[in-house]
Design a protein around this ligand. Structure first.
Ligand code: HEM
Length: 435
């Protein structure tokens, strides 16, 4: 299997040939068990999760750049941090962010989508990357972050992420990265981003002013045993992780949602009818969101077809056995989320875009049986899932109420599965203003 190219067709082919679970070797040496069996997925993520750590080969690299935050930490430290931070991401607590999000979406809506009555073809991918980045950073820091700082942060973090992908996908280049100075260049870039974040954290702490944002929640959180809060270094690591984990994923989901809605005008019309009925022309509030049922189904179905986290993996700490498969210590278990989401055993006409599948009667069962896991599962389930659902709903409200969208090209976007699943050459869309 070539991992520097799109590996999805290879996975699908292997599943067809060898069944729902097969063995392989990454780079010819690292033993892997690749699976799209929901029972095995549940075993690894939930039932016996203590035995399955985040694959060190990958996570050591991430830790080097992003620090030891929720996504990258393990064991007792991870649990302590998760317990501390989890309440801040509770649905009710996120209420305060609706106003910030509405503001960011309105402010960052690009000009020129329609010029002199003519709609312009726009690639929504970079647009959504920027929007999702602004949404998470402004939710963290409110207005304390200037446009200039945002630009610098965005540049540093996206450059570092691209470099990390290269390091993981093409490990044979690592010695070259060291010699050529690429590694130290990226470490420097990371330090510059850290400086910006640290300054904002210290300013907030010393100002004593309280804001209704995620940074405030992180600052106010207290460990149960000591009653102390996090240090500046811990806050830096957690904010770094939240920005990184929380923008490319949402941007990809949004780009694919725009693509699917543009491709399916009848579904787009249904969604718009719902927006009209629930909201009319009023500004969306937290109370409106649960009533946007069809909009939620559209988001869920889009993440089934194009899961931003298309694969995840763990490594066994000790030997284990799952459904007759022997798992020696140190085996990498690859959970093929994309393949699971397209498996005809669980999904009728799996390639069709049918938001109706996620009607409330069937939705619960799909999630509880581990055949649908865009946000992962078990104790390490995405902490930002409600945040992400909320921001995606709000983006759809603001854009779809104002514009009818249409594909600018007949060609479907190719899959580009890096850390997250991207549309390879973006998604070109016409925006037509609704009178
Ligand atoms: C559509 C958007 C998103 C998707 C599809 C997504 C998906 C995921 C998945 C699949 C995991 C689990 C990975 C694993 O177990 O290996 C995860 C973890 C995580 N996500 Fe998200 N995510 C999204 C948005 C966000 C947002 C907006 C934030 C923060 C604001 C966020 C923060 C995190 C963090 C911190 C973790 C690690 C949690 C832990 O290990 O305790 N994510 N995400």
């Amino acid at each position: 299997m070539k991992h520097s190219k799109n590996p999805i067709p290879g996975f699908l082919h292997n599943f067809e040939q060898y069944g729902d679970t097969y063995r392989a070797y990454l780079g010819g040496i690292q033993p892997m068990l690749v699976t799209k069996d929901p029972d095995i997925v549940r075993h690894v993520l939930q039932k016996n999760h203590r035995n399955y750590i985040k694959t060190p080969m990958i996570f050591e690299k991430l830790r080097r750049f992003l620090g030891n935050g929720l996504l990258t930490s393990e064991g007792p430290y991870w649990l302590q941090q998760r317990r501390l931070i989890q309440p801040g991401f509770h649905k009710q607590r996120l209420q305060a962010l609706v106003e910030i999000m509405n503001q960011v979406i309105a402010e960052t809506e690009p000009k020129g989508l329609v010029q002199a009555g003519e709609s312009q073809a726009v690639d929504v991918y970079p647009m959504m990357m920027r929007l999702a980045f602004d949404l998470v950073t402004r939710s963290l820091f409110s207005t304390a972050v200037s446009a200039e700082k945002l630009e610098l942060l965005s540049h540093s973090l996206t450059t570092i992420q691209a470099f990390l992908v290269q390091q993981i996908r093409q490990p044979y280049l690592n010695p070259w990265f060291k010699i050529s100075g690429q590694l130290s260049k990226h470490i420097k870039l990371g330090k510059a981003a850290d400086e910006i974040l640290l300054k904002m954290i210290r300013n907030r702490r010393s100002s004593g002013a309280s804001q209704e944002d995620l940074l405030q929640m992180l600052l106010d959180a207290r460990y149960e045993d000591t009653g102390e809060g996090m240090t500046d270094q811990q806050l830096l690591e957690e904010t770094n992780i939240l920005i990184t984990a929380g923008h490319e994923t949402s941007a990809n989901a949004l780009s694919w949602i725009f693509y699917l809605l543009a491709k399916h005008p009848a579904k787009q019309a249904l969604l718009r009818t719902e927006l009209q009925e629930v909201l009319g022309t009023t500004q969306p509030t937290f109370a409106h969101l649960p009533r946007l049922r069809y909009t939620t189904q559209v988001i869920e179905e889009a993440m089934r077809l194009y899961p931003p986290a298309w694969v995840t993996d763990r490594q066994s700490a000790k030997a284990d056995e799952i459904k007759g498969h022997q798992i020696p210590e140190g085996t990498m278990v690859v959970l093929a989320i994309y393949a699971l989401h397209h498996d005809p055993k669980f999904w009728d006409k799996p390639e069709a875009f049918q938001p109706e599948r996620f009607a409330p009667e069937t939705r619960k069962q799909r999630i509880s049986n581990y055949s649908y896991l865009p946000f992962g599962g078990g104790p390490r389930l995405c902490i930002g899932n409600s945040f992400a659902m909320m921001e995606m709903q709000l983006v759809l409200v603001h854009y779809l109420r104002k514009y009818r969208i249409e594909l600018a090209t007949e060609k479907s976007p190719e899959l580009l599965p890096l850390v997250t699943l991207r549309p390879k050459n973006g998604v070109s869309i016409f925006f037509e203003e609704i009178a």
